[in-house]
Design a protein around this ligand. Structure first.
Ligand code: SIN
Length: 315
């Protein structure tokens, strides 16, 4: 039987606190990925390997950690004796990592991200069940010959290109931005029938992560958004290095305050690539005839930032 490799990056799933009655008071990224595996009785006897790639609160995610993760993934997925990979991650930037890997990692082996909303020391810790489910999904997807990047959280499988955090505290914190999960798991982690077709991930490989990341920032449109932020980043860039891209989190269907729009025109004239997303949770921004600024589809602003970085890297 082939192994499942579990790559640990930290997060609340590896978090600990001192008072079980105050489970919101804890520090993320305290337990090793081996300790997480040891805490799941159902994983005893399953051929697993646990490797620590990073140990961070995912709010501090960086290109450097993505690079290390990409290198580890490439090494592990190339092994004949490995069925697929689970990545334990924080919930806060999971949607960015999932989207990035969706774009880069192809092939016939599954890559499953998982996380937890409660630390390992909480009475209602959700990490052990999520980790068990993630391992089972790797095994089952590998058996069915399904590769690609997905996220397994709270009994559902989400496409890596669609998953996003939609609640800041609930155990059931993720959704697909209006898209259905790929499948629902039962209480033992077994896979019920698929709801939607399995996604096809990208095939670029993780090599682009070895490049220096182009600087791309996100700016929101809101009441009084008069373009001050755009002027500020352009001024900063003149002193500290080039700004390559801007993602705008627009109102509604990606509309912009007129003040912001005027400032963005200057940014474009200075060679900055500007894309429009929406600050609205579902629906995204579709391309329409006559668009001056490219639309980001259903990506969240932070996923759109990843997409624009890849675009600027030629991926
Ligand atoms: C993190 O994202 O690392 C902390 C929060 C979480 O995992 O829920």
């Amino acid at each position: 039987m082939k192994s499942v490799v579990i790559l640990g990056t930290g997060g609340t799933i590896a978090g600990t606190g001192h008072d079980p009655d105050r489970s919101w008071q804890y520090r993320a990224a305290q337990l090793s990925v081996s300790q997480l595996v040891d805490a799941v009785p159902e994983l005893k006897g399953v051929p697993l390997e646990a490797l620590q790639v990073a140990q961070i609160d995912s709010k501090d995610m960086s290109w450097a950690v993505w690079r290390a993760l990409g290198q580890a993934l490439q090494t592990q997925l190339a092994r004949e004796d490995v069925a697929g990979v689970v990545i334990t991650h924080g919930t806060d930037t999971l949607e960015e990592t999932a989207y990035l890997l969706h774009r880069l990692v192809g092939g016939r082996k599954p890559v499953v991200l998982t996380a937890a909303m409660r630390p390992a020391t909480a009475p209602d810790a959700d990490g052990p069940a999520n980790l068990r489910d993630a391992v089972r999904v790797v095994q089952e997807a590998a058996r069915r010959g399904l590769g690609g990047v997905v996220a397994v959280l709270h009994g559902r499988i989400w496409a890596g290109s669609q998953v996003r955090k939609a609640h800041s505290s609930a155990l059931d914190a993720f959704d697909g931005g209006g898209r259905l999960p790929l499948a629902v798991l039962d209480e033992t982690g077994a896979w019920r029938e698929a709801i939607t077709p399995w996604p096809v991930s990208g095939k670029a490989g993780c090599l682009p992560l070895s490049a220096e990341p182009p600087r791309v920032e996100i700016i929101h449109s809101h009441a009084d958004a008069d373009g001050w932020m755009v002027q500020a980043v352009l001024a900063h860039a003149r002193q500290h290095g080039p700004l390559k891209g801007l993602v705008l989190a627009g109102t509604g269907h990606g509309t912009l305050h007129q003040g912001l729009e005027a400032a963005v025109t200057q940014a474009v004239a200075q060679g900055v690539t500007v894309w429009r997303s929406s600050r609205v949770a579902r629906g995204g921004v579709s391309s329409r005839e006559g668009d001056v600024l490219a639309a980001c589809g259903e990506l969240t602003p932070s996923q759109a930032r990843v997409a624009l970085m890849l675009y600027l890297l030629g991926v």
